[in-house]
Structure formats: C-alpha cells, structure tokens
Design a protein around this ligand. Structure first.
Ligand code: HEM
Length: 470
C-alpha cells in the first residue's frame, strides 16, 4: 500500500502553516506527536500539509529526498516586495540561492570570519553585564527575554553593520525595532490567503499590503546603512569594519552580477527576522531550565569557575573546554526548538517514504519538537539531563536526525555557527557573573514551564529573575 496517508485530526490553523487542536494551543505539538504517530495529513481549505514526527521520517526528507523537497511553500505575507523571490530563506533552490548560501558560508559564517569579528560581540556582552549589574545593585527583577532580545539584536546588528539596533537613544534603532515587531506580528497572523491560495491576491485581511509598507521601511533603513558605508569606503584612509556589510559590498564591487544591492537588503531582512527571536527564545528557555534544575546550574557554574576563574570574562574560544555549557544549549534546543516545525518545505513531485506517498505540491512540516521528545530515540525524553550530551557525539549540526533544531539538508540554518557562538557566550556570562533568584513565592519546582506556540515557541510566562552579583 503505497498511496495511503493516515487521516489527520480536526485541525484549525492558528497562523499561516501551523495548527491548533481543540482549545489548547500549548498542547498542540504534544497532541500531534503522541496521538497521530510519525506521519499525519492535515487538510484545510485548498492546502494539504504532511507533518512528520520521527527521526527516520525526518531523515527521509532532509537527507534521502532533500533534492525534491528543498523548496518552500511561502506564506502569502512574504510575497510583499517580492521577498519570496529575493530572500534566501524563501526563494527556490537556484543559482542565486546557491550563490547566497556560498557567500554566507564562506564569507559571513565561516569560523575565521566569526573569529575576526568576535570583538563586536564581546562589546555587547560587556553591555549586557553592565545592564544586569544595574538591576542587581537595586535588587530589581529582570525579564530574561527582554535582556536576551536586546543583546541578540545588538549582537546581530553589530555583526552585520557594527551598530547597535537595540540602543533606544537613536531614532533609526527605535524605528528598526518597531518595524521588526510589526513584521513579526503580521507574519504571525492566520492568513486566509495561505489556506485558499487562489484567493490570496485579494489580500482580504490586508496582511500583504501592511507587510509591504513595513518591509519597505526596513529596506529604507538598510539603504541608508549601505549608502553611509559606501561613502566611507571611498575615503583613502578607510579601515574595513570586518562586518558583514563590508564583506558583502566588497563581493558586490568585485562582481555585481553575483550580488546586487537588492539581494543584500533582502538577505539582511532574513538574517534579522530569522536570527533575533530564535536566539532570544533559546536563551530564555536555557535560563528557565537551569533555574528549574538547580543541580544542572551548579554543574555548569562549576565548570565556568574552573576554566574561566572568578572575575574573568568568558571568551568564545573558552567554550570548547566547557562541555556542560555546550550540553545545556543542546538540551534546551532538544526540548524547546524555537522553530518547532522548521521552515515549511514543498514536495516537488510525489515523494515515497516508507509505505506512504506524499503528494506533489503538499506542504511538508517536520516536527522537530516531537522528534526531540520521541521515546523511541531518546531515553527518558521528558527529563532535562545534561549528562545525555556528555561524551556523546550527538550534535545539532544536521547529521543526527533525532536533534534537528536547525533543520538539515541543503536548507539547514546558515546562522547555526553564529547562533552556537552567541548562545553559550550569553548564557555562560549570565551564569558566571550573577546568582539568580526567582521572584517571591516561586520555587524551582513551581516555576511555570508552559510553552506557547506562536511563530516561535515561547515561554507562556516570561521568566522574571533577580540577579545578585557574585
Ligand atoms: C537558536 C538559533 C536558531 C535556530 C534554532 C534556527 C533554526 C532555523 C531553522 C529550523 C531553519 C530552517 C531549516 C530547514 O528548512 O531545514 C532556519 C533557516 C534559516 N536561518 Fe536559522 N536559526 C537560528 C538562528 C539563526 C541566526 C542567528 C541566523 C542569522 C543571523 C539565521 C538565519 C537563517 C536563515 C537565513 C535561514 C534560511 C536558510 C535557507 O532557507 O536557505 N538563523 N533556521
């Protein structure tokens, strides 16, 4: 029987491509995985979506059939400004996409490049320390997602432009943050056009129109950054900034066919939208899990004290010697992958996996959340345990299909290398420099760990903690 797919549950879309069962959105992923096994069909409107929820199914798509499933189904909102044709995350696999990936891998996210601009991130970590230090002096609690977002946005904006976009005193930064927020809200809305593609052009909810207005504003900010830099680059005594912008302008000057201004701006759009919330959410979950599991926190802190020493700062190069710090990042990404269904893929032809055929044109979602908790792959999957990654080869880099928070195959997240530098650096710094107290009445056991399912998997109750200087 090769053409049968199991029927799906009654599902209603909560936004774009994603689903809610019944009235409990935060249980959605658990329901999908536990009730419906490792392959499930969801039909709604004119769309058919196949959800895959096991390591073996993920491997079929991300490895065996990657070549015929590596294009995306694109949310209608992203047709604004033709982003789906120029943005690396959404355009089909093509010569332009390959070039952009090559540029990212070789010139932006390569180890030597990230080594060369780590001072940009170091500065932002010092600012994080100063901000948290201010709160600790007056004994006030902080929302981890707020400081995590500020630091992540600054880390990314400095890595790209050598500027602070999380610095509220500049108008551009303020405007940028507002636009980013509105874009995320529009992208998170249930869009009728995604379910009935033949009606999408009518844009009944105005989502595409508003996306176009805000994306244009964001592109204008990028234009200004590019113009400013081009002026600087004309000066004879200009010293290159070692950031992404300089690198991309150099590549564009060498060969404008390969990379023009439009592609650069759409690339920035994707880097900011893909990078900020995923890192922020992971950091918040990692802190929450450590406070929920004090023994794990002690273990990570002990390692930091031994390797870094009291009063010294953590550097990116120290992380390889801190296995528990690396393990906490992996364990957090296993339990709380920020992009729980990865980004959607599309079956270009009928795809046969095991005894099923995924029909041509169907949207394929890989449930990384369920795979990270699959008892057939993980021992005691609900248990938060750093030990499972000590002396284990399992990594997040797309070759172990039981742990795929960054996806896999051709479309694996290109920001992976940057993310796995930023996360331990921020997390290690917060743990090494401060003791963290939960607010009155909250104990490690009673800390709320509910997940809310939005564009990104978030903590339902933001984590609030009081830092105490060590
Ligand atoms: C914890 C952090 C992050 C996680 C978990 C994450 C996860 C993901 C996932 C699941 C995908 C889709 C992969 C697939 O389809 O197989 C993706 C794609 C992407 N990510 Fe990330 N990401 C993170 C951070 C970043 C950062 C920091 C950047 C850049 C600054 C970034 C840029 C991108 C881009 C450009 C794509 C699209 C790639 C393509 O379609 O060719 N991500 N990411």
């Amino acid at each position: 029987r090769t053409n049968r797919l199991p029927p799906g549950p009654p599902a209603i879309p909560i936004f774009g491509n994603l689903f809610q069962l019944g009235d409990k959105p935060h249980r959605t992923l658990a329901e999908l995985a536990k009730v419906h096994g490792d392959i499930m069909t969801v039909k709604f409107g004119q769309t058919t979506t196949i959800v895959l929820s096991s390591e073996t199914m993920a491997k079929e798509i991300l490895q065996t059939h990657d070549a015929i499933s590596c294009n995306r189904t694109v949310p209608d909102a992203l047709h604004a400004l033709h982003h789906h044709e120029a943005g690396i995350a959404w355009m089909p696999v093509s010569t332009t996409w390959r070039n952009l990936r090559k540029i990212c891998n070789l010139h932006i996210f390569a180890s030597q490049k990230l080594d060369a601009n780590q001072h940009l991130r170091r500065n932002k970590i010092e600012q994080l320390l100063a901000d948290v230090g201010d709160s600790s002096r007056i004994g006030e609690s902080i929302e981890i997602s707020t400081v995590a977002f500020k630091t992540t946005l600054n880390l990314i904006s400095n890595t790209i432009f050598s500027v602070d976009y999380a610095d509220s005193s500049s108008n551009t930064a303020l405007e940028f943050r507002e636009i980013l927020q509105v874009i995320k809200e529009e992208l998170g809305k249930a869009n009728f056009g995604d379910l009935f593609p033949t009606l999408a052009k009518l844009d009944l909810q105005g989502i595409r129109r508003r996306m176009a207005i805000h994306s244009k504003k964001m592109m204008n900010i990028f234009d200004k950054e590019i113009d400013k830099r081009l002026e600087l680059r004309k000066m004879t005594d200009y010293i290159p900034a070692q950031d992404f912008l300089d690198t991309l302008l150099q590549i564009s000057e060498d060969d404008n066919e390969e990379l023009d201004r439009n592609l650069i701006k759409h690339l920035f759009f994707d880097l900011f939208t893909a990078g900020t919330d995923s890192v922020t959410s992971t950091l918040e979950w990692a802190m929450a899990e450590l406070l929920h599991n004090p023994k794990a926190l002690q273990e990570v802190r002990r390692g930091l004290q031994q390797i870094i020493g009291k009063g010294n700062v953590l550097e990116e190069s120290n992380v390889t010697r801190l296995p528990y710090l690396q393990a906490i990042v992996k364990e957090t990404l296993r339990l709380h992958p920020p992009v729980p269904f990865l980004l959607p893929r599309k079956a270009e032809v009928d795809i046969k996996i095991h005894e099923f055929v995924i029909p041509k044109g169907a949207q394929v979602l890989i449930n990384a959340w369920a795979i990270g908790r699959d008892p057939n792959f993980w021992e005691e999957p609900e248990l938060f345990s750093l030990e499972r990654f000590i002396e284990s080869e399992i990594d997040v880099k797309g070759t172990n299909f039981g742990l795929i928070p960054f996806g896999g195959g051709r479309r694996i997240c290109p920001g992976l290398q940057l993310a796995i530098r930023m996360l331990p650096l921020m997390l290690g710094t917060l743990i090494h420099s401060f003791d963290w107290e939960l607010e009155d009445g909250v104990t490690p056991q009673s800390l709320n760990m509910d997940e809310t399912y939005g564009l990104i998997l978030q903590k339902t109750q933001p984590l609030k903690v009081i830092p105490r200087s060590i």
